[in-house]
Each structure stands twice: as structure tokens, then as C-alpha cells.
Write a protein that binds this ligand. Structure first.
Ligand SMILES: [Zn+2]
Length: 65
């Protein structure tokens, strides 16, 4: 039987028949995926000043003078 420690909580986890492997539970899997996607969202974010005036994708409500 294959048993590995959970990457998140280090709890010994059986891989056989475990839909959440390599994690011990859905809780750890979701937690890890959440942290990963949060990180990937931060990386491409740039200051809006770099885009120049008249170009704002996020503040689309202030287009009318
Ligand atoms: Zn875990």
C-alpha cells in the first residue's frame, strides 16, 4: 500500500483510492489550489500608470468626460 505524506499538512496519506492525492483530503487540495491561483493572479498585475491615459480596462465606468 502506497502511503505518502500530504504536501500541505504532512499527514500520512494513502494513495490507493484517494481522489485527492497527493493530498490527504479535499480540504488540503482546495487549500493548495487556492493558494496557487492566488499567486498566479498577482504576477501579471502591473501598475495602471504603465498603460497610459485613455486606456483602462478595469475602470471602464469612467470613460465619459
Ligand atoms: Zn493534508
Amino acid at each position: 500500500m502506497m502511503v505518502r505524506p500530504c504536501p500541505l499538512c504532512r499527514k500520512p496519506t494513502a494513495w490507493e483510492g484517494n481522489p485527492f492525492k497527493p493530498f490527504c483530503s479535499e480540504r488540503c487540495q482546495t487549500k493548495d489550489l487556492g493558494a496557487w491561483s492566488e499567486e498566479s493572479y498577482r504576477i501579471p498585475t502591473k501598475p495602471q500608470e504603465e498603460q497610459g491615459e485613455g486606456w483602462s480596462e478595469e475602470d471602464g465606468e469612467e470613460g465619459e468626460p
